[in-house]
Design a protein around this ligand. Sequence first.
Ligand code: MG
Ligand code: MG
Length: 314
Amino acid sequence: MPSALRRKPDPLTLTDRVQGAYLGLAVGDALGATVEFLTPREIQHQFARQGGVHREIIGAGWLHLKPGQVTDDTTMSLALGEAILACGGRVEALAAAQAFDAWMRAKPVDIGNTVRRNLVRFRRSGLPEAPPCEHDAGNGAIMRTLPVALATLAQEEAEVAAAFQRQAHVTHNNPLSDAGGICLTGMIQDAILGGSWIDLKTRARALVTAHPQYAWETGRPQANPSGYVVDTLQAVFQAFFSTDSFESALIDVVNRGGDADTTGAILGALAGAWYGHAHIPPRWLKALDKTAASRCSEQASQLLQTSRAGRALA
Ligand code: MG
Ligand code: MG
């Protein structure tokens, strides 16, 4: 039995947490995208009339988004989730690669360099696994792990890790991306399955033990996090573990600037799983693009159903 399934009774239902995770991902992406690539100082200046803090979903940013519009973090997750559902709940590399390729052909609003390069390589070679590369330690594979976490909720840890790697290696075949993504996937699952705060912290600390560059309890806030997977997860862990609500955690992480849509999306998925759907501020859910919101909600239910079919969950 995975350790995540050994837990205390939970006042929130699995549905609350699964819906919270998927809508949290989209809300975090939409909120963060407004300030992507800004520094904390630039954000303070731009939002001086709001007390120097960015806290509303208003679109714009360097991508000139409509209010509530989401970016690649959400749409790649949805593409992956659809591929998983089409494979009966299994995370398969070729299906993931084909789904990402179709997503890229549909001209998404943004796309990471590593994702683009390795999807072009897939188109040419037909091989759904990128060659190992020490430079491919961006956050592009971990930002889309939520559907993997949901589809493998009832599975053993080794199976969860292998599933993460099958989807991740389509574009990012890198040990730091793997370690961070497997840790994050486990933390999201622990949160959904009712694990404790200590369970989540233990996972994050185990990641630091194996890969000390991930150390986040340094007393130095990770400001302006880049797309490097280590910077991303340090910012997410600092914001998540130092706050006590979905809203405060998400506002903390996106106001650090940098790759704010991606730190927002990852934090949103984790905090949404932890606090549940009911704790996402209604004004953010209302502002979210309606099509994206309904796709996230529907896919969350379908992936949970797939997991339930695989094993009895509470
Ligand atoms: Mg994005
Ligand atoms: Mg980003």
